[in-house]
Design a protein around this ligand. Structure first.
Ligand code: NAD
Ligand code: UD1
Length: 314
């Protein structure tokens, strides 16, 4: 039987994907350096092999691809923080760009059947047209976005140049269980939920908003993203790029209103200067991915409710 490789499988999105693959009876190998992921995000399962190592280790990848016969590679390993890439561009480039190229080279060498790359809505940058469609101009304006865009082009060009079945998904802002709130670089919803929990425990805390809170994002629940990854694997998606979002635009202030309806009183809000490179508005047009069978099953309030219920139990 063939194996499926999930890079970054011990991370937030990766661990949900691994869970679903195992539930479908697949044999899964995860490579993760645990820089932001956690071993405990993954279950103990006889069909799961965990390799602690970096996707920038070309020798390790060569061994891995020679040892296992991978039919699919889901490439999710990355430094996922836009803000961190602004602070540490060289390190992030090594992981987010070089790592992708090593994986593409190995995948082509051994004849992997499908390569699915986790790109990002960040590639669109701050161009004014909304909602973002895949055929619109892009303006990657942070090291993170530049590396995602370059990796995405290398991925889809692999189909045009070598006939290699590769596709890229531009995730918008993903949230859900196991997203790690512990660093200032973490996803905004994970941080807000963590601050609310502390507040409810009686700790003194604030919700920090960079800018005026009117910036918008398309927040998509992690289980919908897993659905999109599996559709990309199954469908005729070679050489194509797809948005993965909900098509709904939500400002941080609206997000906080919805959270308030779920949890009651919120900690005090503290407004701070905007972050450099921060995008003002973002929302996906999801018609292209809808044409291969995707539809988001979790409206924001439903996803947040699930996340809150999980978070008070942990
Ligand atoms: P995450 O930080 O939880 O997951 C990334 C995983 O990659 C972690 O487990 C980390 O330990 C691992 N990793 C980092 N550097 C590595 C290296 N050199 N070698 C091996 N493993 C390494 O973040 P996430 O939110 O689950 O993001 C998953 C993917 O989706 C990333 O590629 C990210 O850029 C992309 N993405 C995420 C979002 C979002 O909103 N969360 C949106 C768009 C795109
Ligand atoms: C996020 C993802 C990135 C992905 C992109 C796609 C993370 C960590 N980042 O970047 O991987 O490619 O979406 O669109 O998952 N903010 C606050 N207060 C906080 C934290 C953040 O106001 O405590 C603000 C930020 O300044 C930003 C917004 O919330 O305006 C969203 O920030 P963040 O969750 O870091 O996401 P993106 O930068 O959009």
């Amino acid at each position: 039987m063939d194996f499926t490789l999930v890079t970054g499988g011990a991370g937030f999105i990766g661990s949900h994907l691994v869970e679903e693959l195992l539930a479908r009876g697949r044999r899964v190998v995860v490579i993760d350096d645990l820089s932001t992921g956690k071993r405990e995000n993954l279950p103990q399962n006889q069909n799961l092999t965990f390799i602690e190592g970096s996707i920038t280790d070309a020798e390790l990848l060569k061994h891995l691809f020679s040892e296992y016969r991978f039919s699919t590679v889901f490439h999710l390993a990355a430094v996922a923080s836009v803000h961190r890439s602004v602070e540490e561009p060289l390190y992030c480039h090594r992981v987010n760009f070089d790592g992708t190229l090593y994986l593409l080279e190995e995948s082509k060498r051994v004849g992997v059947k499908k390569f699915v790359f986790a790109s990002s809505a960040a590639v669109y940058g701050d161009l004014p047209q909304l909602p973002k469609r895949e055929d619109m101009a892009v303006k990657p304006q942070t090291p993170y976005a530049v590396d995602k865009y370059a990796s995405e082009r290398y991925t889809v060009n692999s189909f045009n140049l070598y006939g290699f079945d590769a596709t890229a998904l531009r995730f918008f802002n993903v949230y859900g269980e196991r997203q790690d709130p512990s660093s200032p670089y973490s996803g905004v919803i994970s941080i807000f939920i963590d601050r609310i929990k502390r507040f409810k425990r009686g700790e003194e805390t604030t919700i920090d908003i960079y800018g005026d809170g009117r910036q918008t994002r398309d927040f998509v629940y992690v289980k919908d993203v897993v659905g999109a990854l599996l559709l990309a694997e199954e469908g005729k998606t070679a050489g194509e790029v797809y948005n993965v979002g909900t098509g709904k635009e939500t400002s941080l202030l609206e997000l906080l209103e919805t959270l308030k309806e779920i949890v009651g009183e919120l900690p005090p809000l503290r407004f701070l200067p905007p972050r450099p490179g921060d995008i003002k508005r973002s929302v996906a047009d999801i018609s292209k991915i809808s044409s291969i069978g995707y539809y988001p099953k979790f409206p924001l309030k439903e996803g947040l409710k699930r996340l809150w219920e999980w978070s008070v139990k942990t």
